[in-house]
Design a protein around this ligand. Sequence first.
Ligand code: SF4
Length: 506
Amino acid sequence: MRPSGDNTGLLVCSPLRLEARAVRRGIGGAAEVRATGYGQSRSGRQAAALRGESFGMLAVAGTGGGLTDDLTPGDLVVGTEVSDGSTTTRCPVAPLLAGELRRAGLPARTGRVVTVDRLVHGSERGRLAAGGALVADLESAPLAAAAAGRPVAVIRAVSDTPRRPLLRPGALAGGLAALRSLRAAAPALENWSAAAGPRRVLLAGPRSFCAGVERAIEIVEKVLERQGPPVYVRKQIVHNTHVVADLERRGAVFVDELSEVPDGACVVFSAHGVSPSVRAETDRRGLRSVDATCPLVSKVHAEARRFAADGYLVALIGHAGHEEVEGTLGEAPESMALVETAEDVARLRPADPVKVAYLMQTTLAVDEAADISDALRERFPAARAPGSDDICYATTNRQQAVRAVAAESGLVLVAGSANSSNSVRLVETAHRAGAPAYLIDGPSDIQLSWLRGVPTIGLTAGASAPPAVVEDIIAALSGLGPVEVSERVITTENIRFSLPKEVRSS
Ligand code: SF4
């Protein structure tokens, strides 16, 4: 129970006694759970009374009518906003709560909640769904509005759906499934309450898209514009799920191998580059190709060819299995060796110890790569280095920037996908700078337990993560309390790469 006079705690409004009991059982004593009564007029009266009360955050938790065919009784809908047509309350914490519920194994989605004045039947569900709502209820909108700027959440457990309506056989089972889900969802509200509070977010600058990623995305967009879908892209154009999903929606088809590209089609090579054998296969098949390889990756390929042609053993410092590494090694497979650690250096067997050169994957951690290149130079003092740094400007800048915010933060969040090398390196860099750090694809990956007792969060994004994801994360954090955003800019970037001739405007 919320202690009387507690103006910071969580108040949960559950319209029906049965709903309130289910939530109470799941949430323990971490919140006051109040049965606020069935229907719009009762919830309106409760909302008016709540305006005079002191509480820190407010949740509405109950059952509701699903509006779309893909919902099943027991599914949980976490409201992104709740509206009764005249009042709309936004609930920015929705993705955080939905992520928490899904990690607990519960079927949770985010979506719009509508509050109506009577139970919905038949075609009315379709009409509300067409307006973008996922679930309908009779109480949420006035109650949520009573939060009056304080953190607010709405969770509705689906009791009936278009296929399994009320007043039909099975309705009781649907109601019971909803109550079970409501009880199981309650601990997430407790976690939300424990993580709540005002926060500072320190943005690392620069962050997010680099010039090579912007160019690669623009190339796919231009090819889509010119020839229409489908446009085949070998491998993910850049390592980010949002970018890939967005381009897929617009007609890009991502394939792992050229064998999946139909004869006569056009294929785009990803920003990470390809080995000469892929280009040869493209020619042999008579496929048209557009190369989105980042010019800074192409530079490393050119260095590999040059050193190999001059008779050097080329040690490539990088991570096994990464597409960029596979492409670069493919330039001179018989003259190159992958070096992942300083220990690997001891295993190199050059024909001539004086003819050793080294190159680097563009997205390595600068400090780790330096340890390995030091080991190489120690064993082979005459080792030739790349003409200019292989670790690219974008990687270097983002690592310096994350180090700067990590020094001031209790936690660092890095927006990026799990297969993004430069994003993973940012997490490692923040760790080494002394801050706990996590890689997240988006706000729903944030675990509320990470945020407990952390007033300052450092936030950055890998070079392949869209800037919009950073905005989404900040918006979601605002569902835990006021957020003050400031930026630590270590440098500004104004690099742009020209497009390949195939997509350049004439
Ligand atoms: S991270 Fe660096 S190498 Fe990779 S695409 Fe961006 S600029 Fe190019």
